[in-house]
Design a protein. Structure first.
Length: 318
């Protein structure tokens, strides 16, 4: 039993370290030739976003945009297929795109995928947008993290703020400002062909080769595309930020904490697990910053060790 709870404490501290670590991690699966080609403008970085837009995917995108600017890459290509995500993470991504001196290309792919909600806003902010036939873009009316529509003044505030952001990005990239606004206010959505005709995107392409051909016509000539995958921290954050996972974390946290309270605080383990799940749930919904969540978990681990000195738990707290 003592070994099990030592393992629990170790897991809590490992998660805390991972969340609180803010150093720039090197992307994995990066080709070894990069170090000899940092000065060439013909390299492009490629990243792939599937699933929701959240702190993990935002960190992944921003880190690679920064990397592309550091090495003076020709472009960064974001392959995107998302049902949407958190507005706070979307704003962070858009700010990074707008500050980038390297062209950011959003490619909505594969066929059947979409740039929905937050994905549409990110696409509108990109320097160039391409879509695969069979994809769609739009439906960016703001909803709560659990999928409910805000009501009353909160809804008006969220809609006005988000629509202003959509207009601003469309104006910046010389896209259809009126439809960019209606993507938010009326949840309009468009097929790839419709989006091209209405000047919301730049191209429809069926392959990576066609995309590179279109970029070459813009004097962005790319001879090598390097795929960077998510690192461990980003993968973890991306996973727990899934709306289904975050809801499950909070539900399990409530059950565990209720069990601990019902036992008269005698079981210990449900309380510890409940607090852990509660912190992870808050982090996944960005109700608390990632670094704050990490530090809180580290403090929880240390607190359990200290509590063991004063509470007879037979090693459970430790």
């Amino acid at each position: 039993m003592k070994a099990k709870f030592n393992l629990l404490r170790l897991i809590i501290q490992m998660i805390g370290l991972m969340l609180s670590f803010n150093a720039q991690a090197q992307p994995i699966n990066q080709k070894s030739t990069i170090s000899t080609e940092l000065s060439t403008p013909k390299i492009a970085y490629e990243i792939v976003i599937t699933g929701s837009i959240n702190p993990g995917s935002a960190n992944y995108i921003i880190e690679n945009i920064n990397l592309a600017n550091q090495v003076n890459a020709a472009a960064i290509i974001i392959k995107l297929s998302t049902p949407g995500g958190l507005l706070s993470s979307t704003r962070e991504i858009i700010q990074a795109i707008n500050e980038s001196k390297v062209p950011v290309v959003v490619y909505v792919t594969p066929s059947g995928g979409s740039a929905t909600s937050a994905g549409a806003l990110i696409a509108l902010s990109a320097h160039f947008v391409a879509m695969n036939p069979g994809t769609n873009i739009g439906a960016a009316h703001p909803v709560s993290p659990v999928g409910e529509n805000p009501k009353g003044a909160m809804e008006d505030k969220a809609v006005q703020d988000t629509s202003a952001m959509a207009r601003a990005q469309a104006q910046l990239r010389k896209r259809n400002v009126d439809l960019a606004e209606k993507i938010v206010t009326q949840s309009l959505s468009f097929s790839a062909q419709e989006a091209l005709q209405k000047k919301l995107i730049d191209w429809i392409v069926e392959s990576d080769e066609q995309l590179l051909t279109q970029l070459a016509k813009q004097n962005i000539k790319i001879t090598e595309v390097i795929l960077n995958n998510m690192n461990l921290k980003q993968t973890f954050l991306h996973g727990i930020a899934d709306p289904n996972i975050s809801t499950l974390l909070l539900s399990l946290a409530s059950i565990a904490i209720y069990t601990e309270i019902s036992s008269g605080f005698s079981l210990i383990a449900p309380g510890v697990i409940g607090i852990l799940l509660l912190i992870l749930g808050f982090v996944s919904l960005q109700m608390i910053p990632i670094s704050t969540g990490g530090i809180t978990l580290l403090m929880l681990g240390v607190g359990l060790l200290i509590a063991e000195l004063f509470i007879t738990s037979y090693g459970l707290l430790a």
